[in-house]
Structure formats: structure tokens, C-alpha cells
Design a protein around this ligand. Structure first.
Ligand code: C2E
Ligand code: CA
Ligand code: CA
Length: 584
């Protein structure tokens, strides 16, 4: 959309150019340019205005621009060059020059650039400059330039942690894209482990990480995309229409920057960010509906970590709709007395001879006859109060079935998973004691699996839980050790009986002898402290052979058994003829 500012001079050229509604209005009615300019610049601290005669190279700037950037007068000769003195970064200056140069050389009419400028009080701020250049009819002479320079560091507009403009500014940008009618790529992403980092390393650490990430993204990519901070840990980038890189290339660049910042702070990057990609305008969506869609796409990306990003398509929209149906049905099924839920058990074997000695209880839920991954429905349950009901039901099932399994193998044991959220229920420990008493089970045949993220966030309730376990003889296992935030301090701090090594460590062992030696040392240290070690996720014979050399006590993995239905487990134990062999 380009209005022509013919009002300022040059009446003879107007006749030869097709007249805009604006100029016709100005010609036919009373018009006062001074009043209009005053009205748009008045008390507007977040925008500066300037315009100028390109042939005489003289410009007029608004009062706030004159005051805040230390100009002596509102009339500034050679403004485009003089403005350079206020751009402190060499990189930003290069970009500014290149953009002006290319606008002149390629006879462009628009200039849209984000960069940092220094005010006369020494403060450096981010601005977005949106300018228009008018040419003579033959496009041989630039005639008139006018620009709005928007200050982006406004407290209300900018997130104080990331320094990125907020949702409001993102909406303004989307509206501009919508008006321009030019399709633009939008990349949204979420940083998934910030809550865990908050819990384990503290808020200042996660804030520092966020600041590093956003400033590096802005620094390296600001010439190709404009970044915004949406709510939560979500960000969005509107890609410049001139940018020729593909979504996957751009996402790879963003991901590499995020991972680099994590590495610098020794933070694990596994499944750290999820990406969604959409073009805008799209399907007549308003900026608000577009935002809703792209946020749903990020959620979808989070539950599909094997895909580098999720793109808007009929299929992804269908999947979003399915996710909301799933959330509804899950709630309903819990309220209906755990309808469509069941437990399965994955056998755990003795590492030396492969005999089944116990098993891990894993929850299953079906929706429309389809098994939904616990990776999808457990986080949904954890977000609501439902995890308390479900967790207790799983424990009841584990206790009840353990009683029966002891008839086949009197030393058999079952492990069950506990979510961090369950500890926030003050009745949690007492209700477990009630269940054990109801079935009269010797609780030493049960082991509670707890992940490391529970540790630092809730040390007190965990200590109480450990005391309760101790009082009834129930064991505790540290689950997924080595998957992220592990430390030896954690291992020794709480009275774990079993340490379960995460399957991501297996990949490391396969890499080098040194890493194998490292795992061996962990096993050795655990043994020194009287703890048993279980390796999870063993899938192949080669892995199995290596793992057995580390001295670990138990193995759980597809190489031996996949999670199985209870009836199959009873069958397996009653046969008493199990032996190691690939079950794949
Ligand atoms: P987890 O506690 O680490 O459970 C082990 C997961 O690893 C299971 O996935 C199991 O099927 C998988 N696994 C075992 N061996 C192998 C292998 O050799 N290769 C591969 N690729 N995978 C293997 P599943 O059943 O999908 O459960 C995923 C997660 O869901 C569990 O991870 C646990 O965190 C959670 N979960 C499952 N049931 C419950 C529950 O009752 N309560 C809570 N709070 N969480 C649960
Ligand atoms: Ca587990
Ligand atoms: Ca595990």
C-alpha cells in the first residue's frame, strides 16, 4: 500500500501520475500539513518521524528525534549519512548502508530495517525504521523520503528477561504483513526445559540462559528475521520476505544458536526446543487466530520430538483437533473410573544370566481403540489434578498384581513411576500406606521410581516420602540417571536402592572405550554405596554384551522383553523357562 506524499511540493509532476485518493482529498479540501504532522508526532515517545527532499539532501525531523538524538535543529542536511554516527555497531552500520544502497540502486520504494541506535544520553536502543522513497516517473531521481522509526525498547512492549518485543508487537507486525498481502514465513518455537532448569539450577541461571539465547539470536539473525517473545517460553520469528533460505535451514540456524548457548552453560540440549512453521497471511486467518494455530502447532511439535518441526497443513490441523479430543476423552475416562486404562509390565532381568527378576509397571491408555503414547498423555495428566487419581490407581494395580505374581516367584518385585506433581499432594504417602495395608503386601517387593527433576524442587516432601518408604520397607529407584541434569551429588544425597541408567548413555558407551570406562566407574561408585544399577533400553546383542561388561546388576530393554500384558507376564513366569534372546 503506497500513498504518495504529493502535498509537500512539486505540483506539475502530480498531473502526470495517477492520483491517489489521498492526494485527491488534499487537492479538493482544506489541508494543513503542519497540523497533520503535529498530530502524529505529538507525545509519541515510541516513534520518531523524519522526511526529506532527496534532490537537495535536506530533511526535517520530529521534535523528539531532535531532542533524544542530539540534533541542533529540526532541519538536518544529509540526514541519511549523519544518522550513521548514531549506529554504534559496525555490523548494524554495514547493514544500514547496504540497505540504503540497495534501495537506491534497485530503485526500491520501501526500507524496513531493525538495528540499534545510540541516543545522546548514551543509551543504546533497538529501533525499527520503516521508510518510503518516492521516485520521479522515469525512476532516475529519488525525490522524497519519509520514515517512521519505532523505538522497540519500551517497557510495555519488551520482555524484561529476553529483551525481545512482546506479543503486542508481534500482533502489530502480523497486521502489517496482513495488509501488505505478501506471504511471509513465520517460525515459532518453545524452549522446553526452562522449568526444569529453574528447578534444578535456579531462576537466575534460566534467566541468564534466556538472555544469552535471545541476544545471540538477535545479533546473528536480526537482518533476516524479527523476533518476538510470546507468552511462556515461546518465541516467534517473522522472516524477511527477501530471505531465500528454506524453513529447515533457518530452523537449523536457530537451533544451533540455542544449543550453543546451552553448551556454554553446560546445560543438556536433548529435546530442548520445538519448532512450528506457518506462512502468513494464511486461510483468511486473523492475526489472533493465526497466533492460536501456531501455538497449537508448537504443542504438537513438543509431543513429536522426532520431527525437526511441524508445518501448517491439513494434516497438522487434523492432529491439533485430535489432541483437543484426546484431552477431553482423557479427562472423561479418568472421571469414569479409569476407563480405557490398563497397566503393562516390562520385565527386568538379572544382567548375568538373563532371568526375569522383576518388572516395571507402565501405564497404557487407549483412545478410539488406539494406544496413545505415555509421552503424550502423562504430561497432560501432570498438568491437571488428574495425575493424583491416576497415580494412586497405578499403585493399587501394582500392589494387587504384585501379590499374585509372588505366587509364581516369591522374590519378584515391581517398580512403578511417580510424577513430581504427586508429591504436592499432602495425603500422597499416607494413601500409599493404606493401599499396601489393604492387600497385605510386604512392601519390600515394591520400588518407587523417581526422576532427578523431583530432587531439588521438592527436597522436603521427597525426604518425607523417603522416610515413609523406609518405614514400610519399600525401595526407591532413581530413574533416567544420565538423561540430563545428573550429578553424583544427587546419587549420594538420597537413600536410593537402585539407580536406573538412562538409555541415552548406551549411545555414549558404543562411541568409545573411554565412555564405557566412565559408565563402569559409575557402576563401581554405586556398588561402593550399596546401590544396585539397572541399565535401561538395551536393544541389541552388541549393546547387551557391552553392558554386561560394566558390572551392572539388572537390564531392562527390548533385547530381552518389551512391555507385556499382565496375562503374558503370568504365562512367562509360570513357564519358568525364560532365557535371554532377542525379542525384537
Ligand atoms: P520410563 O519410566 O523411563 O519407562 C521406560 C520407557 O522406556 C518405557 O516407555 C519403555 O517402553 C521404554 N523402553 C524400555 N526398553 C526400551 C528399549 O530397549 N528401547 C526403547 N526405545 N525404549 C525402551 P513407555 O512405556 O512409552 O513410557 C514412557 C514414559 O512414560 C516412562 O518412561 C515414564 O516416564 C512415563 N510413564 C509410564 N507409565 C507411567 C506411570 O504410571 N506414571 C508416571 N508418572 N509415568 C509413567
Ligand atoms: Ca521408569
Ligand atoms: Ca527410565
Amino acid at each position: 500500500m503506497q500513498e504518495r506524499f504529493d502535498i509537500y511540493n512539486n505540483s506539475e509532476k502530480t498531473a502526470s501520475i495517477q492520483e491517489s485518493t489521498f492526494s485527491r482529498f488534499v487537492r479538493e479540501h482544506y489541508f494543513n500539513a503542519q497540523s497533520m504532522f503535529d498530530s502524529v508526532t505529538r507525545e509519541n515517545s515510541s516513534s520518531y518521524f523524519c522526511f526529506g527532499d532527496m534532490q537537495h539532501n535536506v530533511f526535517y525531523i520530529s521534535d523528539n528525534m531532535r531532542q533524544e538524538f542530539g540534533f541542533e535543529s529540526n532541519i538536518v542536511p544529509d540526514l541519511i549519512r549523519v544518522w550513521e554516527e548514531r549506529i554504534p555497531s559496525a555490523k548494524h552500520l554495514r547493514l544500514y548502508r547496504e540497505d540504503i544502497q540497495s534501495m537506491i540502486c534497485s530503485k526500491r520504494t520501501a526500507h524496513d530495517l531493525r538495528y540499534q541506535v545510540r541516543k545522546s544520553n548514551g543509551e543504546t536502543i533497538w529501533v525499527r525504521c520503516y521508510g518510503m522513497l518516492e521516485w520521479n516517473e522515469e525512476k532516475t531521481m529519488p525525490l522524497f523520503f519519509s520514515a517512521r522509526i519505532t523505538h522497540q525498547d519500551d517497557q510495555f512492549v519488551v520482555d524484561p528477561v529476553t529483551n525481545l518485543p512482546r506479543m503486542l508487537a508481534a500482533f502489530t507486525h502480523l497486521r502489517e504483513v496482513q495488509c501488505s498481502g505478501k506471504s511471509q514465513l513465520v517460525i515459532a518455537f518453545s524452549l522446553n526445559s526452562i522449568t526444569e532448569i529453574n528447578n534444578t539450577r535456579g531462576r537466575p541461571c534460566s534467566d541468564r540462559l534466556l538472555r544469552n539465547i535471545s541476544s545471540t539470536l538477535m545479533d546473528r539473525l536480526f537482518d533476516r528475521m524479527a523476533f518476538y517473545h510470546l507468552e511462556g517460553m515461546r518465541c516467534m520469528a517473522v522472516v524477511d520476505p527477501e530471505c531465500t533460505e528454506s524453513p529447515s535451514e533457518l530452523i537449523a540456524e536457530i537451533r544451533a544458536i540455542i544449543e550453543e548457548c546451552c553448551h556454554e552453560m553446560e546445560i543438556p540440549v536433548h529435546s530442548f526446543c520445538s519448532f512450528a512453521v506457518m506462512r502468513y497471511p494464511c486461510d483468511n486467518l486473523s492475526p489472533e487466530d493465526f497466533m492460536g494455530h501456531i501455538i497449537s502447532l508448537i504443542r504438537l511439535a513438543k509431543s513429536t520430538p522426532d520431527k525437526p518441526y511441524i508445518e501448517y497443513s491439513a494434516e497438522s490441523v487434523g492432529r491439533i483437533q485430535k489432541m483437543s479430543k484426546i484431552a477431553l476423552a482423557l479427562n472423561q475416562d479418568v472421571l469414569n473410573g479409569m476407563e480405557h486404562f490398563r497397566i503393562v509390565v516390562q520385565p527386568i532381568v538379572n544382567a548375568q544370566n538373563g532371568t526375569v527378576i522383576g518388572g516395571e509397571v507402565l501405564l497404557r491408555w487407549t483412545f478410539d481403540g488406539e494406544n496413545i503414547s505415555p509421552g503424550v498423555f502423562i504430561p497432560m495428566l501432570e498438568k491437571s489434578e488428574m495425575i493424583h487419581t491416576v497415580g494412586l490407581w497405578v499403585f493399587d494395580q501394582a500392589t494387587q498384581n504384585c501379590m499374585k505374581l509372588l505366587r509364581y516367584d516369591p522374590s519378584f518385585y515391581l517398580t512403578f513411576n511417580i510424577s513430581l506433581r504427586q508429591f504436592s499432594n499432602p495425603d500422597f504417602a499416607a494413601s500409599l500406606i493404606d493401599v499396601v495395608a489393604k492387600y497385605g503386601l510386604d512392601a519390600s517387593h515394591l520400588t518407587a521410581e523417581i526422576t532427578e527433576s523431583c530432587l531439588d524442587s521438592l527436597p522436603e516432601s521427597l525426604a518425607r516420602f523417603a522416610a515413609m518408604c523406609n518405614s514400610i520397607g519399600m525401595h526407591i529407584a532413581l530413574d533416567d540417571f544420565g538423561s540430563g541434569y545428573s550429578s553424583m551429588r544427587m546419587l549420594l544425597r538420597y537413600p536410593y536402592d537402585i539407580i536406573k541408567l538412562d538409555r541415552s548413555l548406551l549411545g555414549e558407551i558404543m562411541e568409545s572405550d573411554q565412555k564405557m570406562q566412565f559408565i563402569r566407574s559409575i557402576v563401581y561408585a554405586c556398588h561402593q554405596f550399596g546401590k544396585k544399577v539397572c541399565m535401561e533400553g538395551v536393544e541389541t546383542e552388541e549393546q547387551n554384551n557391552l553392558i554386561r561388561q560394566t558390572g551392572c546388576d539388572m537390564i531392562q530393554g527390548f533385547y530381552y522383553y518389551r512391555p507385556m500384558e499382565l496375562c503374558d507376564l503370568y504365562h512367562l513366569l509360570s513357564r519358568g523357562d525364560q532365557y535371554p534372546g532377542s525379542n525384537l
